[in-house]
Design a protein around this ligand. Structure first.
Ligand SMILES: [Mg+2]
Length: 311
């Protein structure tokens, strides 16, 4: 479902390496009567210390004004763009048609279909504050079994992404249907609808305005569900925190970190960001969190402190 890394684990491991110090030597004393030697207590490793602060990625996403400002800006751009599309009823959805490739994209036709906007849920419309608190405070990594329990029981421990409530309200006032397409499990549909409702995002009806992993046989891939939605609606905008919330083409096997970034940054895809496709920030987990030094830092942009500055 979700792939995650946890920076807090590093601090957790380092702290766990601490051991108690040996007692200082005692001053000489009068000889004691001979008796059986006292066993020397074994030095046991201290239990791992719990993290004292959330990892920086969570501080940013769940705590910072900067992330809130980014999200509000993304949702304002989305509603402003939607307003222009409502006025002209575009010829094409912003959903790629079946058979599209990165080199040959085609978009679903709108015809006279009613308008809709399609959103991912996790870290797009709602912040999973309760579950991320569990991970941050325990030092435990993401676990799909724990996440399943979270879906089932955490509906009242989520928060709306800043700007999301205003956006869905504005879209509905324009006559645009708000649809959720998430990789939460179909078997937890009722609890996910409850979480969406609790966050102030209104009603979500399974297989009508709520599409989930398990609704088809494509697993976490969302293109099939998008095709189902586009058969009924002219989709004028999509919002997500992962590239897979827009097309599965960016998650093809073998695509390098740089190749993926290049595809997103050029041609037809680049023209959609902020004009049909709207991305929300998520540095905490997901498909963006990967790459070694060679993927992230080009050889011709590497710098080190010049030797004379180190003296
Ligand atoms: Mg998401």
């Amino acid at each position: 479902m979700r792939g995650k890394t946890s920076a807090s684990l590093l601090a957790f491991a380092a702290l766990g390496a601490c051991v108690p110090q040996a007692s200082p030597p005692q001053a000489a004393a009068a000889p004691a009567p001979v008796s059986a030697p006292t066993p020397t207590p074994a030095i046991m490793p201290a239990p791992p210390a719990l993290p004292t602060a959330p990892p920086p990625t969570m501080q940013y996403l769940y705590g910072s004004g900067e992330a809130a400002a980014l999200s509000i800006a993304a949702y304002r751009s989305l509603t402003d763009f939607a307003q222009t599309q409502v006025a002209k009823h575009p010829a094409d959805s912003v959903i790629l048609a079946e058979g599209s490739t990165l080199d040959a994209p085609r978009f679903e036709a709108c015809g006279t279909k009613p308008l809709a906007a399609v959103f991912d849920v996790d870290e797009t419309m709602i912040l999973n504050v309760g579950e991320e608190w569990h991970e941050a405070s325990s030092g435990l990594p993401y676990d799909s079994k724990v996440w399943d329990k979270w879906e089932k029981t955490g509906a009242d421990k989520v928060a709306p992404v800043p700007g999301a409530v205003a956006a869905v309200n504005a879209l509905r006032r324009m006559g645009v249907t708000v649809i959720f397409n998430t990789n939460r499990l179909a078997e937890n549909a009722a609890q996910t609808a409850a979480a969406i409702k609790f966050a102030g995002l209104g009603d979500a009806v399974h297989r009508e305005t709520l599409f989930l992993k398990g609704d088809d046989n494509m697993g976490s891939a969302k293109d099939g569900r998008r095709t189902t939605i586009a058969a009924k609606y002219c989709v004028i905008a999509m919002g997500g925190d992962q590239l897979g919330d827009f097309t599965d083409l960016f998650n093809q096997q073998g695509m390098s970190v740089k190749g993926r970034r290049d595809e997103v940054s050029s041609g037809w895809a680049a023209r959609l960001w902020g004009a049909g496709w709207f991305l929300l920030p998520n540095p905490v987990y997901g498909s963006a969190i990967k790459g070694g030094f060679d993927d992230v830092f080009p050889m011709d942009r590497r710098w080190s402190v010049p030797p004379e500055e180190t003296k």
